[in-house]
Design a protein around this ligand. Structure first.
Ligand code: SF4
Length: 243
């Protein structure tokens, strides 16, 4: 193939942004043309990396802030407020329900309204005040229409609850209702089969007692006697305000 004339070649290469380095110190000889890439421009500064700690390393305040801004599952879309949990962060008892309802979603606090009042009465019956236990839910945002949280939503939210339990290290967990009991115990048995004995949660083997959800007890007051018996069982492990 016929060689491309040097001036035309220069013109093409320049159009492509390829710089030419020509050796000028050899008069009388055809000049060598060396192709190089254009000098590298200064590297763009690395984008600022937002340092986010894993949930298992967060302290209480950081964890609460993380929950408040969480969009990990679809429940974030319709919530008014996240419901992190409330109570004594060195409590011996942790009460865990299923999910915020309409009242909780407005208040940003778990177990308010009629079910909350009944829970307070149950806690008092155990010889303690509400603020002396820590109360939380399996999921931190309200499922629309007060439906049960979906498995996927529970899975997304579980790291927050696990961190709360790790930080609190309660001496007893009271799981209120089917969703809390089944989720914490990885079981599909109904509450009626899970209550009445002491289970153990997690690697630390924290004693866990299952009872009915206060909202269910409002609908089925004849079960309150069983709930009282569950509290007695829990009290046999430890009293909430003792020690
Ligand atoms: S329910 Fe839990 S995982 Fe889902 S958005 Fe709320 S805080 Fe995040």
């Amino acid at each position: 193939m016929e060689a491309m004339p040097a001036d035309k070649r220069r013109q093409y290469l320049a159009t492509m942004g390829i710089q030419l380095w020509e050796r000028r110190e050899l008069p009388g000889r055809e000049q060598d043309v060396q192709l190089t890439e254009p000098p590298a421009t200064a590297p763009a500064p690395a984008p600022a990396v937002k340092v986010t700690s894993t949930i298992s390393a967060l302290d209480w305040k950081e964890l609460e802030n993380r929950v408040a801004s969480c969009t990990q599952c679809g429940l974030h879309a319709k919530r008014n407020r996240t419901v992190f949990g409330t109570g004594d962060k060195s409590a011996r008892w942790m009460v865990i329900g299923e999910a915020p309802g309409a009242d909780e979603d407005r208040a940003g606090e778990p177990f308010v309204g009629r079910a909350g009042k009944l829970l307070n009465a149950m806690i008092r019956a155990a010889g303690c005040k509400r603020e002396e236990v820590f109360i939380a839910n399996i999921v931190k945002c309200r499922p629309p229409g007060n439906r049960d949280p979906a498995e996927e939503e529970i899975a997304h939210c579980s790291a927050y609850l696990k961190r709360q339990i790790d930080l609190l290290q309660p001496m007893l967990i009271l799981a209120a209702g089917r969703v809390a009991a089944q989720s914490l115990l990885h079981s599909d048995l109904p509450v009626g089969r899970l209550r009445g004995r002491i289970h153990h949660y997690g690697e630390a083997g924290i004693p866990l007692v299952v009872t009915y959800h206060p909202a269910y007890l409002l609908r089925s007051p004849e079960q309150k006697r069983k709930a009282w018996s569950d509290l007695q069982l829990a009290l046999g492990v430890c009293a909430p305000g003792s020690g």
